[in-house]
Design a protein around this ligand. Sequence first.
Ligand SMILES: Cc1cc2nc3c(=O)[nH]c(=O)nc-3n(C[C@H](O)[C@H](O)[C@H](O)COP(=O)(O)OP(=O)(O)OC[C@H]3O[C@@H](n4cnc5c(N)ncnc54)[C@H](O)[C@@H]3O)c2cc1C
Length: 490
Amino acid sequence: MPDKTIFDIAVVGYGPTGATLASLLVREGLSVLVIERENDVYDLPRAVHFDDETMRVFQAVGIADDLVKFLHINPGMRFVDDQDNLLLDWPRDPDITAQGWNASYRFHQPDLEKLLRAYLENCGNVQIVKNCELRKATEVEEHVILGCKEHPTGSLIEFKARYVVGCDGANSIIRKTIGGGLNDLGFRERWLVLDLLLNKPRPDLGDHTIQFCNPKRPMTYCRGPKNRRRWEITMLEEESAEDMVRPERVWDLLSRWITPEDARLERNAVYTFRSAIAYKWRKGRLLIAGDAAHLTPPFMGQGMCAGVRDASNLAWKLAAVVQDRAGDALLDSYQIERAPHALAYVETAMLLGGLINSMDRQRASQFEQDESQGQASMKSIQPKLGQSDLVMSQPENPDDPVGRPFAQPRLGAGDILLDDMVGYRHLIISQRPPKRQASSDIICIAAQDYPPLAQLLDQLKTGAVWVRPDRYIGAVAADADALFEQMHLN
Ligand SMILES: Cc1cc2nc3c(=O)[nH]c(=O)nc-3n(C[C@H](O)[C@H](O)[C@H](O)COP(=O)(O)OP(=O)(O)OC[C@H]3O[C@@H](n4cnc5c(N)ncnc54)[C@H](O)[C@@H]3O)c2cc1C
């Protein structure tokens, strides 16, 4: 008999990574404990952007239809010099992308976190303990003992879980318990971040994010949903945080764009933007995800997105292990796949940071992928998952689709999105149905029944494709039976 006092999974930290992971795990039928030090969502300015792939994970969680009401579609980012001359353009496709959503959304992080929490708290099989700080995680044979301190009483409380995922942010206690440390990639800058609410329309500010590149004082402007606007301003070495957040100082810094007549200052914070990645993401029954595993300067708007991708990569693997459908070596594929992917974003964000700190056309040209419009223009990067036993790719072939997300077309008379039809499960799409019986966690679809899927197989020049629950392509093969041979799920 399973011990009911032992949770399948304890998630430490109820930020966007922890809430996404817990929601996916609960959907998989696992018993989940969430431990969070604070009472409410973090309310200082943080993420304002996420992409289509991240939205697809929110779709899997079940919040996408509610979330779109809080979003603004982002047309892109422009890098300009001190005379407002365009150095580099990063336009985003205004149409729905292959992922089934818009390429880039603007949002208000507390709106998202509240929605994720409301959804999770309506599900069964989850216990959420707020005002509860994890102090110690000790692995014993079959589970982990979590020693916590309740706030404000100070009483000590213990929980047990088979696996623990530290989604506990930049200073993660689980990362420290795992050991191995952080690989500091060297970026370190202090920025003042200001969130404003417009009192009246200011269409002249524009919808694009603008990076004001300047070696003296780079700044960023972002359009948010509704009347929200964000400015981020580099701090000089001699400037103190106390001085920079004074209202007179803030309005002086913003005077080029806006005055107190036009807007109200809602929130401000000084952050040190860093770039780092943990050396070890797993030890035994302990794992880390989100900011606990990687830190990036926010110039690509990808820090939270990386945490959400971690959650999506990890949840199905944890479910397979806990439900005895796979051995626990499956969990080793998590860091192997996710770390290089997250690192690609961190490194590109650092390069963009270098451009923002200069007015250098030569630097801008590094990102240039399209000069057809007579100006330097970059595209969003699409890194691949690292090569694990579950990613049967051909690293030497740049066009190989394995390790990248599969598209999400609309299907059938109901025009239903692929993921809504399949759920968070393995999917095999093939020209011909497989001869052998698939296990219950794999759904098989014959491409001939759905023309958009047949078209996608043609584009991939393959007869069959394995799409994992996280929507990444695990393998392609001539037919479904050949694919089954390749799927190393145990
Ligand atoms: C100015 C700024 C702009 C940004 N812009 C973007 C953007 O546009 N797009 C984007 O994708 N990302 C962006 N980011 C990054 C993004 O905000 C973070 O990557 C994201 O919030 C990390 O989520 P998380 O859940 O991993 O960690 P957190 O949100 O840090 O959550 C960790 C949680 O763990 C809890 N916790 C910590 N220790 C313990 C403990 N011992 N016991 C119990 N609970 C604990 C904390 O209270 C917290 O609630 C930005 C960040 C900043 C600062």
